[in-house]
Design a binder for this molecule. Structure first.
Ligand SMILES: [Zn+2]
Length: 440
C-alpha cells in the first residue's frame, strides 16, 4: 500500500510540535491540484466530490465532519467540522470557505481550467485564487493541528459552503437559517483581503485584512417611449430617453463620510496609497453601467425604434450610506416620468468589524513571522463576500488569504488565467498554522 510521506511522518509519535513542512507542502499542493480538477461550477454547484475530498482528509486525521445536502437531491453539499479547543467557555473561531467556482469560457483558456497544472511557479485553474487555495489552507491547518496533538486556544470550526458565487442563498445564508447554533462564533476568517507589493502602496509589502465591505446595490433603469420607423426620428425614442437618464444617473455627487478604515490604512501606509481601481473604489460610492438591453426582434432590427429600453447599474456603496437615499437621489437627478429605477438587491449594511481584537493582533504576528518587513493593516474591500451575513449576526469577520500577490495576479480571479504562486500558497499554510496554534 502506497501512502504519501506526509502520513508516514505524522503516524510517528510526536513530542515536538513542529510540522514537517516539506512533506505537508507536497501533500497540500497535491490536494489543491485534485481539488481544482473537481468541476464544482456554480450553477449547478454540485459540490459532492469536493466535500468527499475534504471528508477523506479530515476523517484520516481523526476529525468528524458532518456533510449536509443544502438542497436535497442536488448535491449542493456543505461541510462542517470542529476541532475542540482549550477554553470551551469562549465562542469558536470559524474558518469559512466555499466549494463552488464560477463558470469558465474554456476556449479563452491557454491551459486546461480544470487541469490543476503547475507551471512557471504558479498553480493554474478555476478556483486557484477564489477560493480553493484558501480552502486547502484551512483544511490542512486543522488536519496538522489535530495530527500534532495541538489543542487550539478555543474551538475552531471549518465550514465549506456550496454556494457563494451566486449570492450565498444556498450557502451561508441557508446555514445561518437552519443551523445557526452550530456555527455561532465570535470570529470568522473568510476571503477578502490579501498581501501585495503593489495593490495597496507602490513598492511596499502590505497585508490588507478586510474588516468591512461595500454594499451591493444593483439597479435596473427602464425607459418607455413610442415605437416607430427608424427612417423618421422622434423625440419619444426609448433609447434616447434611456441614454439621457444613464448620463444623469452615473453623475452622482460624492456622498458619505470617508471611512475610518481607509483613514487607518492611510496612517499605516504613511499616506502613500496606490492609485488604482481597487484603492479608488474603496474611497467612494461607485456606479458601473453593466448591461444595456434594447431593440425589436432577434437579431434586433436596425430600422425599428423600440418602445422600451433597459440598463442595469452595479452600484457599490460605502458602509454607512443609506441605499434608499442613494436611489431616491438618483431618481431626482433623472427627473423623468418616462424612466423607472428599480432596486434589484436590498443591500445589508452591518458596518465594519472592530480590529482592536486579540485575533487581529495574532494575525498580524503570524504574518510578520514570515514577512518581517510587511505592513499589516485593516482594509475595506470593494466586492461582496459571505462575511456580510455573519457581521449581521454580530460576528467579528476578517477576510484574508495570507499570500503576497501582485496586481496582475489578483486580476486573474474569475478570469481565464486564474492562478496563484505556489511559494505563496506554501507560506500561507504556515501563516494559518502559526495563527491557529497561538492565543486569540
Ligand atoms: Zn470567493
Amino acid at each position: 500500500m502506497r501512502r504519501p510521506a506526509f502520513f508516514l511522518f505524522l503516524a510517528l509519535p510526536l513530542a515536538a510540535a513542529e510540522p514537517d513542512w516539506p512533506a505537508i507542502e507536497k501533500h497540500s499542493l497535491d490536494l489543491l491540484q485534485r481539488y481544482i480538477r473537481i468541476q464544482s461550477i456554480n450553477p449547478p454547484a454540485d459540490t459532492k466530490a469536493a466535500a468527499e475530498l475534504f471528508r477523506a482528509e479530515l476523517v484520516a486525521a481523526g476529525l468528524e465532519p458532518a456533510i449536509t445536502d443544502a438542497v436535497p437531491g442536488q448535491n449542493q453539499m456543505r461541510l462542517l467540522v470542529r476541532l475542540p479547543g482549550r477554553d470551551r467557555s469562549k465562542k469558536p473561531l470559524l474558518l469559512l470557505n466555499h466549494f463552488d467556482v464560477v463558470p469558465v469560457d474554456a476556449k479563452a483558456w491557454r491551459v486546461d481550467p480544470f487541469g490543476g497544472l503547475v507551471k512557471d511557479g504558479f498553480i493554474w485553474g478555476r478556483g486557484a485564487m477564489d477560493m480553493k487555495s484558501a480552502g486547502i489552507m484551512h483544511l490542512m491547518t486543522l488536519v496538522t493541528l489535530k495530527r500534532l496533538g495541538i489543542v487550539p486556544a478555543r474551538d475552531i470550526l471549518m465550514l465549506c459552503t456550496p454556494d457563494e458565487e451566486t449570492g450565498g442563498v444556498q450557502g451561508i445564508r441557508k446555514m445561518i437559517r437552519e443551523q445557526w447554533s452550530d456555527i455561532d462564533s465570535e470570529y470568522v476568517l473568510d476571503e477578502g483581503g490579501f498581501g501585495s507589493r503593489d495593490v495597496f502602496s507602490p513598492g511596499k509589502l502590505v497585508f490588507g485584512i478586510s474588516v468591512g465591505e461595500k454594499q451591493v446595490s444593483w439597479l435596473r433603469l427602464r425607459a418607455k417611449g413610442t415605437a416607430a420607423h427608424g427612417s423618421q426620428p422622434i423625440a419619444e425614442n426609448a433609447n434616447d430617453i434611456l441614454l439621457a437618464a444613464i448620463g444623469k444617473a452615473i453623475d452622482a455627487p460624492e456622498r458619505g463620510k470617508p471611512s475610518p478604515v481607509v483613514a487607518a490604512m492611510r496612517e499605516a501606509l504613511r499616506g502613500q496609497l496606490a492609485d488604482n481601481k481597487f484603492i479608488r473604489a474603496i474611497q467612494r460610492n461607485t456606479i458601473s453601467l453593466t448591461t444595456l438591453n434594447s431593440g425589436v426582434g432577434n437579431p434586433p432590427k436596425v430600422n425599428v425604434i423600440p418602445s422600451s429600453a433597459e440598463a442595469t447599474l452595479d452600484c457599490r456603496l460605502l458602509p454607512g450610506v443609506s441605499a434608499e437615499e442613494f436611489v431616491s437621489e438618483m431618481r431626482a437627478r433623472i427627473n423623468d416620468p418616462r424612466v423607472t429605477v428599480e432596486r434589484i438587491t436590498d443591500p445589508a449594511d452591518p458596518g465594519v468589524s472592530r480590529y482592536d481584537t486579540p485575533l487581529f493582533e495574532a494575525l498580524r504576528k503570524a504574518i510578520l513571522k514570515y514577512h518581517p518587513q510587511a505592513i499589516v493593516t485593516p482594509i475595506l474591500i470593494p466586492y461582496g463576500t459571505d462575511s456580510v451575513w455573519l457581521r449581521k449576526q454580530g460576528v467579528t469577520a476578517y477576510g484574508i488569504a495570507p499570500m503576497a500577490i501582485d496586481a496582475a495576479t489578483v486580476a486573474t480571479m474569475h478570469s481565464d488565467e486564474e492562478r496563484v504562486p505556489v511559494g505563496e500558497f506554501f507560506t500561507g499554510l504556515k501563516i494559518f498554522f502559526e495563527l491557529l496554534k497561538s492565543d486569540f
